[in-house]
Design a protein around this ligand. Structure first.
Ligand code: DAT
Ligand code: MG
Length: 139
């Protein structure tokens, strides 16, 4: 497994519901290192740039409305196989299909409000970490 970085978001639903601490605990207990961490209020423009691959899809506006409805907590995570390790901790995109004990199963409501984000591949992780973190925030 490669030593790698991935990008994670605690989405507005999970921040609002007070699950930041539990999600950070799952990250640490899952063996991932926190390399960067901050709370941000997204704007529509920031959201469009971040989710550029989804702009124009039928669910995009719903996604943007949700992601900008309140603050998020974003993290850069690091470790062996970090991209897949974080996706495994999150569970499937749709909480209804997510395995028992995963974060999306525990804290998500439906496919639109699913509590967490994680990069899906190394190219996305590099883009997403660079999109939201400055080098000095990843010291
Ligand atoms: P993931 O977040 O698991 O990488 P994705 O990249 O396919 O999933 O989609 C990004 C987000 O967009 C997803 O977390 C929730 C939202 N989304 C995806 N498909 C959706 C749909 N059919 N209806 C509503 N929201 C959707
Ligand atoms: Mg994705």
């Amino acid at each position: 497994m490669p030593f790698e970085r991935t990008f994670a978001i605690v989405k507005p639903d999970a921040v609002q519901d007070g699950h930041v601490g539990e999600i950070i605990a799952a990250i640490e207990q899952g063996g991932l290192q926190i390399r960067g961490l901050k709370r941000v209020q997204l704007t529509p423009a920031l959201c469009k740039g971040f989710y550029h691959e989804h702009v124009g899809k039928g669910f995009y506006q719903e996604l943007e409305d949700f992601m900008t409805e309140g603050p998020v907590v974003m993290l850069c995570l690091e470790g062996e196989g970090a991209i897949l390790a974080w996706r495994d901790l999150m569970g499937a995109t749709n909480p209804a299909n997510a395995a028992e004990g995963t974060l999306r199963k525990r804290f998500g409501t439906n496919i639109g409000r699913n509590a967490t984000h994680g990069s899906d591949k190394p190219e996305s992780a590099a883009f997403e970490v660079g999109y939201f973190f400055n080098a000095f925030e990843l010291g």
